[in-house]
Write a protein that binds this ligand. Sequence first.
Ligand code: PGA
Length: 248
Amino acid sequence: MANRKYIVGNWKMNGLRTELTDIADIAAIAGQNKQVDVAICPPVTLITQAAANSPGFTIGAQDCHYAKNGAHTGCLSATMIREAGAIMTILGHSERRADQHESDAEVKAKAEAAHAAGLGAIICVGETEEERDAGKAVDVVCGQLEGSFPDGADPHWLTIAYEPVWAIGTGRVPEASDVEEMHAAIRHKLGKLMDEGADTVRILYGGSMNGGNAAELLAVPNVDGGLVGGASLTAEKFGPIIEAAAAS
Ligand code: PGA
């Protein structure tokens, strides 16, 4: 049986209080498309208010620290994120892997901390353009997945996002056949990493998904949803993606 589709908006470093109305509008569209799971991951500063404004709508974070507490200036623990009102978090996004030099081992530790705090996790993996051109995309992504994979993973709180680095924010999208090959490889790898439940872990595609290409991407086998950046910032742009998922 196909998994329920999951459409997640990653707001990155965008959004002030004035944008809370966009989250409420998106939550209303989600409410009209209950066959799809929808979430928004705003900046941490908006989590509490966004969660309070839209009870029942999933608000997530974009990162958490791997430690429970301690001397980590500027960081937030999984429990703090949970207490703020988020019920899941993105981890290991390629922008953090590049800008904050996050390693697979660190992403794994963060995922384990999220699990311990009752916070769902979306672990991101994806190859660079050079790696794809060199024919190494599947090996790179499966290697990242193995290195970032938390011990004791529970299929109900874990999601994987395949995001080719070269497709993020560029308007470029891989061929459907390449997405299919990669998602199948990730599914196969999950089967090796988990004792059970690999088929129910949702694998999202991310990278320049929009209202125009969502239906085609969401129809690819093993694509269980999308992780959406730019096109998640307004209900006008994000709504058609949610609706495409509902129709798929
Ligand atoms: P994009 O970002 O949709 O703007 O390409 C996706 C992401 O980075 O999660």
